[in-house]
Ligand binder design. Sequence first.
Ligand SMILES: Cc1cc2nc3c(=O)[nH]c(=O)nc-3n(C[C@H](O)[C@H](O)[C@H](O)COP(=O)(O)OP(=O)(O)OC[C@H]3O[C@@H](n4cnc5c(N)ncnc54)[C@H](O)[C@@H]3O)c2cc1C
Length: 324
Amino acid sequence: MMKPFAYLKAKTPAEALAALNSKGARIHAGGTDLLGCLHDHLFTVDKVVSISGIKEWSGMTGRPDGGLKIGCLTTIASIAASAVLKEKYAVLAQAASEVASPQLREQGTIGGNLCQRPRCWYYRGDFPCARKGGETCFAVEGENQNHAIFSNGPCFFVHPSDTAVALSALQARLTVAGPAGTRTVPIESFFLAPEKAIDRENVLEPAEILTEIHLPAPAAGARSSYRKIRSRQSWDFALTSVALWLQVDKGMVSQARCWLGGVAPAPWRAAAAEKLLAGKKLNAALAASAGQAAAEGAVPMRDNAYKVEMVKGAVEESLLRLLA
Ligand SMILES: Cc1cc2nc3c(=O)[nH]c(=O)nc-3n(C[C@H](O)[C@H](O)[C@H](O)COP(=O)(O)OP(=O)(O)OC[C@H]3O[C@@H](n4cnc5c(N)ncnc54)[C@H](O)[C@@H]3O)c2cc1C
């Protein structure tokens, strides 16, 4: 049976922050992940604080510098449908359109998508794994076909969020509010590798809320895309995904960003591929070499070496599509 908990629907940011500042309190945004976690006894709560009614944290507005502010409660569906995003930040709109199912996209929020808990079957199942305070990651010796090929351990889950990978390629900055005030965290520093923290996936302290996502103004000549490979074409998490952002000037790549999903406990930067692409004319041969470079450093486990080939192919294919 689920442990009883108190429930509060906050009406203002101040009310939400005050309500969260007590032991055992948790945020409820769309609830599509939180309720599953409680139902599966992944953790218990004393108080659930719904932030879904806070208008200040919903929707998108332009920034004075030409960038965009996205409130944490903006639904995945509205991000997928946004004409502005499709035109200026295609990688994010495409990633959002690949999240889960239409129903989950309508209910789920971008803040919740970034803060959702791992989907590893040992973590979600009835196993005392390292992430739940146990001594071992069962994926190391067990069923590891969906697990990480880039991880220093001790835990080998893959981060489940599609939008996290896209926002990494866009170099988003996140606003975090808490009892000590407000701080800005570059998305690159938001997610925590398991060797830094085994019991949480990001830098948020218990009473902190991710309130806003800020995108820089689109650069001249920039284009971007998101490619997700999954086992089935209905809802499913990524086996591998690629978020690409390129700035192209007279056919030459002046800057490249290449981030991978489905392969590591946090969005994974394919730095060798970025380095290879910068300053070169994009063609089929370069796309193939960048695909090879993107897989550098991968250490597959017994059943997931296929992801190494998937990374190579997905990066190459994404580059060729942007070239077309
Ligand atoms: C069947 C299924 C398939 C799915 N497939 C995919 C997929 O393919 N790709 C993908 O990316 N996702 C997928 N998801 C995950 C889904 O997208 C998330 O459940 C959803 O985005 C979470 O949003 P939410 O608003 O419902 O979050 P909630 O469930 O309300 O919250 C999720 C977690 O984040 C915390 N949280 C929520 N908002 C904030 C905030 N603003 N600041 C700090 N902490 C916060 C909550 O306390 C909770 O721990 C799937 C989920 C399901 C159930």
